[in-house]
Design a protein around this ligand. Structure first.
Ligand SMILES: [Cu+2]
Length: 280
């Protein structure tokens, strides 16, 4: 019954969503965090920000003090000192220590973003000139294209140049492995509120992952200059409640049936002759 109810609600999927990961006018800093990766990115950004603030205040105060105390008026006979071993060691070692303090969480974050050990499902993302193609290899292999909605067709609540006709639908609260590849040129799959940015390069499969903690829409764009319609590649990740995802997959398998990969040919019985076609 619940399945029927959610299936009936599916045609409305395109309009009923909360826009969570969106750019806002006059915003400063990073977009609101939509999942654990973005939270980690924000934490790291904040740590580096405060280190920069402390260094800037320290260097600024030092400059102000030197200009005041050692001006020609207050210090007419300057010191002739040209070396101070202790000072030279200090201004070499302290910056090194600061860089180590930044490097350790930085590497930790890079490896955290890189891949997830326990992915719940996989999505294949293909960048193409100039649209995205999303495939669901764990759910039968259906795939579909995703393009922006023209301005004249936008409905209330849909974002210009960000809302798409076929969003990338994923279950909220699940770890999604992304395998990205390019078909023609280099694209980049970038959703800032989910902390995802991966190149889509022809001939390569590049892995990353994300998790959207709450149901809603998270927006991004191709952020690798990929040709004349580069602006034409917005990304909408639509996270839906995990219990509705199976119903969506069932409807999507019908809707995108024409894009399912052909079933592998298997012999009907052990006695049946098996013919192997070799492509030459
Ligand atoms: Cu692109």
């Amino acid at each position: 019954m619940a399945l029927v109810a959610s299936l009936a609600a599916l045609p409305a999927l395109a309009s009923e969503t909360t826009n969570l990961g969106v750019p806002t006018p006059w915003a400063m800093g990073l977009q609101a965090s939509g999942g654990p990766i973005t939270t980690a990115v924000r934490d790291f950004n904040e740590m580096v920000f405060w280190i920069i603030v402390v260094i800037t205040i320290f260097v600024g105060a030092l400059l102000a003090w030197v200009m005041f105390r050692y001006s020609a008026k207050r210090n007419p006979v300057p010191s002739q000192t040209s070396h101070h071993t202790g000072l030279e060691i200090a201004w070499t070692v302290i910056p090194v220590l600061i860089l180590i303090v930044i490097a350790i969480p930085s590497f930790r974050l890079i490896y955290y973003q890189d891949r997830t050990r326990d992915a719940d499902m996989t999505i294949n993302v293909q960048g193409r000139q100039w649209y995205w193609n999303y495939a669901y290899p764990d759910h039968g292999g259906f795939n579909f294209d995703s393009r922006p909605i023209p301005v004249e067709d936008l409905r209330p609540g849909q974002l210009r140049n960000l809302a798409v006709d076929e969003p990338l639908v994923v279950p909220a609260g699940r770890n999604i492995r992304v395998i990205s590849t390019g078909v023609d040129v280099i694209h980049s799959f970038f959703v800032p509120s989910l902390g995802v940015q991966r190149y889509s390069i022809p001939g390569r499969s590049i892995e990353t992952w994300f998790r959207a903690d709450r149901p809603g829409s998270y927006f991004g764009q191709c952020n690798q200059i990929c040709g004349v319609n580069h602006w034409f590649m917005p990304i909408e990740v639509r996270a839906i409640p995990a219990e509705e995802f199976d119903a969506w997959v069932a409807s999507a398998r019908t809707r995108y049936a024409s894009t399912m990969p052909a079933a592998p040919v298997v012999a009907a019985s052990p006695d049946a002759p098996i013919s192997i076609a070799v492509a030459r």
